[in-house]
Design a protein around this ligand. Structure first.
Ligand SMILES: NC(=O)C1=CN([C@@H]2O[C@H](COP(=O)(O)OP(=O)(O)OC[C@H]3O[C@@H](n4cnc5c(N)ncnc54)[C@H](OP(=O)(O)O)[C@@H]3O)[C@@H](O)[C@H]2O)C=CC1
Ligand SMILES: [Mg+2]
Length: 428
């Protein structure tokens, strides 16, 4: 949850309400059209400020929309430490105006104003999964989300039932921000981010997050005309809750070969409890026919995480779009790893053993694609899942599936509240 100076209080923060099994999600229902008496400014201030940052960015180093653009070269430079030490101006010296904290309520209102012609936001509830384990510290809320790269959504994904107007970035970004603002994660793990430097980094940093971005080496976004640079994974955490202890950008290998898929793994220390844990985000290779490749990438990631967690001594949370159903080998590697991981969303099922029926649902030229591909894995010996955000129902998703005017991505966000088990067991 946000702990900014101008902290957002009230109904937006309904967590752990005692005695409730289902917790109502924040009351963010948008009017379908704006009240005639209260017209909204066409160019909201905070969102405009983010575009301003992008404009100043393009003045300095990273012009947009030139195919395999200068932005990509600039980003690639940030991947090796010698280049990073040259401190490109647009990365390390943002205009101080853009560092001013944002009131999340104000940003939310601006998003709503932009979205005033769209249908109301879907209602999703948190399911209380509390075990008997008491916790003295506030839970750690983690959001996993493949937000759909703008270039892929408009240029490659072939969502045949999604109107092109529903994909317009200026509105879709507000739907994405609204979802983040609604659930207020302490840690945000994103895939398919192709608007890091011009949108998410400037806005989320002003909401108190520290962000890291690791682009795919050969992002398919770069093949799309008027792209905004490569897509990649991004990891954000709230700076007033956590201290960064260690950070690793990992280019995944498969059978010793470097691949186009990446992960970020960070060790964080909780400021309240002093406890450390590792959080990782990844996006594995997509498509059928690539199951063995994904499996090899998963093994490489697990090996990296073994090292980073010192052989499971440090509790671990791994978020990702694994592009793999639970029947796939890579899922089985994670479920049976010596890291002792469980998949949090299984806890929503009646027996606690089944993954949800879908985390992505779309219609392509090839037909309907309904799959469970996204997961939040956690160290079951060291962490408890206190609650998890329920998925959208089939009725909410609607006959044209995702993305849509109501929901900005073809993947659903997953959100969990974690707490540490009070007594670390023998594995720690
Ligand atoms: N310039 C160069 O020299 C090179 C360029 N490339 C580019 O990279 C691409 C491959 O990159 P790679 O990372 O392996 O890509 P992936 O196969 O992992 O897929 C990339 C994206 O496509 C989406 N996707 C999945 N299934 C489909 C589908 N059926 N139709 C459309 N989109 C889909 C995925 O979304 P989700 O995860 O949500 O399913 C994913 O984000 C190549 O097509 C090429 O464009 C690659 C190598 C070299
Ligand atoms: Mg995709």
């Amino acid at each position: 949850m946000f702990h900014s100076p101008r902290r957002l209080c009230s109904a937006l923060l309904q967590r752990d309400a005692p005695g409730l099994r289902r917790l109502p999600a924040p009351g963010l229902r948008r009017p379908f059209s704006p009240p005639a008496s209260a017209p909204r400014p066409a160019s909201p201030r905070l969102l405009a400020a983010a575009s301003g940052a992008a404009r100043s960015c393009s003045r300095t180093a990273c012009s947009m929309g030139t195919g395999t653009s200068r932005l990509y070269s600039a980003l690639a430079k940030t991947l090796n430490s010698s280049a990073a030490s040259q401190h490109p101006e647009y990365l390390v010296s943002p205009d101080p105006e853009h560092l001013e904290p944002i009131d999340p309520k104000e940003l939310l209102e601006e998003c709503r104003a932009v979205l005033h012609t769209r249908p109301p936001r879907f209602q999703r509830d948190f399911v209380d999964l509390r075990t008997d384990c008491p916790s003295t510290h506030p839970p750690i809320r983690v959001m996993q989300w493949n937000i759909l790269a703008q270039a892929l959504g408009e240029g490659k994904d072939n969502f045949v039932q999604c109107p092109v107007e529903a994909l317009k970035w200026e509105e879709r970004k507000c739907l994405i921000l609204e979802e983040i603002l609604a659930y207020q994660p302490d840690i945000l793990c994103l895939q398919e981010v192709d608007h890091y430097f011009d949108t998410f980094q400037p806005l989320l940093s002003r909401l108190g997050y520290q962000g890291t971005f690791f682009p795919k080496p050969w992002s398919p976004c770069l093949d799309v005309e008027h792209n905004n640079g490569p897509d990649g994974c991004a990891l954000f955490f709230l700076q007033n809750r956590f201290k960064l202890v260690n950070s690793a950008n990992i280019r995944l290998t498969a059978m010793t070969l470097k691949t186009n898929q990446v992960a970020i793994a960070q060790t964080l220390e909780c400021k309240e409890s002093g406890r450390q844990f590792c959080i990782a985000v990844t996006h594995l290779k997509a498509r059928t026919g690539w199951e063995r490749f994904r499996s090899a990438q998963g093994c490489d990631l697990l090996q990296n995480l073994q090292n980073i967690t010192q052989g499971a001594k440090i509790p671990l949370i791994v978020c990702g779009d694994f592009n793999a159903e639970p029947t796939e080998e890579v899922y089985k590697h994670f479920a049976s790893s010596s890291l002792n991981l469980n998949s949090a969303y299984k806890l929503l099922s009646a027996d606690g053993q089944s993954e949800p029926p879908y985390t992505t649902w779309k219609i392509r030229t090839s037909g309907e694609c309904r799959h469970t591909l996204d997961y939040i894995w956690y160290s079951k010996h060291a962490l408890n899942v206190r609650s998890a955000l329920d998925l959208l129902t089939e009725e909410q998703i609607g006959p044209n599936r995702l993305p849509s005017f109501n929901y900005p991505s073809d993947h659903l966000s997953l959100v969990c509240d974690f707490s540490f088990t009070e007594e670390p067991d023998g594995l720690l």
